[in-house]
Design a protein around this ligand. Structure first.
Ligand code: GDP
Ligand code: MG
Length: 174
């Protein structure tokens, strides 16, 4: 059997920003206007071939506990990457990305790879893209605008995460 590199990605962000929708679009190619706040599985997996290396992304989604900032250590344990999601139509959800980053600093591995997704880019933005890109750069994160509804930017986001995690693992192994 071919070797596959496991990569754990945790999703963070306020309720209703579209975390579950992003995962379901990416893994199952589906979208629902009435996405329910809870899902059954704690994570979904997606295998991808990355420059000849097989990668299995385990994408951890919350079951609504993000409302209480009560995700617990097991959520963050062994995480290789965090995808911080906000809703571009909701400025507060962008400001709150900073508190999610604080949470990561407390709970997650020090060298965790960060990516930020400004989701719902099929709608008009209330957040200045320059501000969000500048903030992302200041914490060593990438930034993407995404739409789970229109399937924009999602492949790019997860490929960027996989690429940077693989680079880090390679650097550590050398
Ligand atoms: P979560 O609480 O962060 O997991 O957010 P959900 O995935 O449950 O989505 C909350 C609501 O936003 C649902 O009604 C979704 O249909 C809607 N939604 C999610 N992503 C998008 C998007 O890219 N564009 C638009 N217009 N709506 C979205
Ligand atoms: Mg959800």
């Amino acid at each position: 059997m071919m070797r596959t590199v496991p990569i754990k990605v945790v999703l963070l962000g306020d309720g209703r920003v579209g975390k579950t929708s992003l995962v379901l679009r990416y893994v199952n190619a589906t979208f629902s206007e009435q996405q329910t706040p809870t899902i059954q599985a704690s994570y979904l997996t997606k295998r991808l071939n990355f420059n000849g290396a097989m990668v299995t992304l385990a994408i951890w989604d919350t079951a609504g506990q993000e409302r209480f900032h009560a995700l617990g250590p097991i959520y963050y344990r062994d995480a290789d990457a965090a995808l911080l999601v906000y809703d571009i139509t909701d400025k507060d959800s962008f400001d709150r990305v900073k508190s999610w980053v604080k949470e990561l600093r407390k709970m997650a591995p020090k060298d965790i790879i960060l990516a930020i997704a400004g989701n719902k880019c099929d709608m008009n933005s209330q957040v200045d893209l320059k501000d969000s890109e500048r903030y992302a750069a200041s914490i060593g994160s990438s930034h993407f605008n995404t739409s789970a509804k229109s399937n924009i930017g999602i492949e790019e986001t997860f490929l960027d995460i996989a690429r940077r995690v693989l680079e880090q693992k390679k650097a550590l192994a050398e």
